[in-house]
Design a protein around this ligand. Sequence first.
Ligand SMILES: C[S@@+](CC[C@H](N)C(=O)[O-])C[C@H]1O[C@@H](n2cnc3c(N)ncnc32)[C@H](O)[C@@H]1O
Length: 381
Amino acid sequence: MEQYHLKTKDRINLGSYYTSTEHTNTVWKFVRSYIDDSWTVLDSSCGYGNFLSYNTRCQKIGNDIDSTAVSSAKTNIPTARFFNHNALYDVSREKYGISKDSRLCIVGNPPYNDKTSMIRNDIKKVKFSIDTDIDTRDLGVSFLRSYAKLDADIVCVLHPLSYLIKKANFNCLKDFAKNYKLVKTKVISSDSFSQTSKTMQFPIVIALYQKEENGMSYDYIQNFDFELENSLIFKQNNYDYISNYIAKYPNKYATVDRDSILFWTMRDINALRRNRTFVNKNNQNAIIVKKDKLDYYIYVDVFKRYASCVPYYLGNCDVIIDDGLFKQYKKYFILDSLFYQHHLRKYYAVFDFEQTKYKSIAKQYIEKYFKILLGEHYANS
Ligand SMILES: C[S@@+](CC[C@H](N)C(=O)[O-])C[C@H]1O[C@@H](n2cnc3c(N)ncnc32)[C@H](O)[C@@H]1O
């Protein structure tokens, strides 16, 4: 069921984007072979209870901070027990009447709401308390940590793929990563949720975790085969990244002079889609380009123009590169970039930029580069 009772502001605040049957079915498909009728299944942020409508003889428990949602859930799923608690405060099994020795499976789609994010910062305000041992800047990460605190045996939830593949986020998982191991995934697009912004898709993962003594390391995630909807596999370590060649962030101690070439901070591919590349004026987001690395910044400038052939699931990765191939095709990248960045032409005096035919030749070769770089992941749009 689609969420219908909240105003935009509250929907964003609570992260109330409800999950379609297609995705809740995937979650049940993933957990089915791990659980039996003796288990308890909990969704601690259940909305209208979409995840609990599955026909099973397990004990089903739902909870949500939103009392209207809980009322609907009670009507929708008479076979489950419901609570109206803040799931991140005073986290314990007792709160839901789950005994210590029950085998517990947590399902759901917790809210993802980066409290510090710039996007829609005006309306994002978290009003409820969070236990200090699970408090992080992102609500979704706090939810994952609350599952560890509840000592779940199996966790199968939807969350942004960036929680795993961005190292800084992965490090925030703390006890969750220490005690749980990713075993099965399906990556879906944020686009498959109605009511979310359609301007920038980001990857969401339906992730099955199993409690395991040694948990998982970041290295394990980098080598994990993430399953995609089109039955392809995405593995982070299949690619080389621009961060292995150039600085992505400004150096506080570098000084700018009249000759400095400036480039906007690089975060991930989705940020590059939104942001600028070369900039004229210095500011705190500007990187001073080392001249001997200029070719790589040019690469990123071109990458931005061709980013539509990069699939959404790479959106949270650094800019990817095949350095050997780039070296072969470099002159076409330089030609393409310098058609736009006139102020850099003085560094490449060997090229005759007035020859407009070069523009289409460069395009041809760059397209070829991206087809080889991305292979079966090349997106046609
Ligand atoms: C993405 S929705 C998911 C709802 C439902 N599981 C589904 O997928 O259809 C997130 C839900 O988390 C609830 N929520 C947000 N903060 C919460 C909190 N601190 N405690 C409990 N529920 C919370 C919201 O009210 C919302 O219903």
